[in-house]
Design a protein. Structure first.
Length: 155
């Protein structure tokens, strides 16, 4: 999958990345405080080098998250140079949990659309076996006892 490029003109998903930047930053900071460059490198590492940030994308997002109180920055001296380490705040953890639920809901919805019409592909396999849900609805990600696992967020 490493050779896949979403746009043959060279746009490697910049718009998708831009919309996901806050969530990715919060997720990386959940593990430990990091400075901006380390945040970008960790996102690249975790994504198998498929997601790359330019300074013009990363630092404005960091500043916005800090203004919103979702991350806290602290200046430190390292090797004679100052750098700002960012850490996740309790409000940032709550926001990350919310973003993750929204992303799971959204990605499940997109996946369902990409898989085709649920009336023609009901997720029960070729056997057409009985659904595990009380309401008889087809087994699909995000369904629990006939109700969505996550309520539809306002997008």
């Amino acid at each position: 999958m490493k050779d896949f490029h979403p746009n043959p003109d060279g746009d490697s998903g910049r718009e998708l990345l831009k919309g996901s930047t806050p969530t990715l930053i919060l997720a990386v900071l959940r593990d430990q405080p990091r400075h901006g460059y380390a945040i970008a490198r960790e996102i690249e590492r975790r994504s198998g080098d498929r997601l790359r940030f330019k300074e013009g994308t990363l630092y404005p997002a960091l500043h916005a998250l800090e203004r919103e109180g979702l991350i806290a920055g602290e200046w430190r001296q390292e090797g004679g140079r100052g750098r700002k380490d960012y850490s996740l705040t309790p409000a940032g953890q709550v926001a990350l949990d919310h973003h993750v639920r929204r992303w799971e809901w959204f990605s499940q919805a997109v996946h369902s659309v990409l898989q085709g019409d649920p009336d023609h592909h009901d997720g029960r396999g070729e056997s057409g076996g009985k659904s595990e849900h009380d309401d008889g609805a087809p087994s699909r990600p995000g369904r629990t006892a006939g109700r969505p696992l996550f309520p539809e967020p306002a997008l």
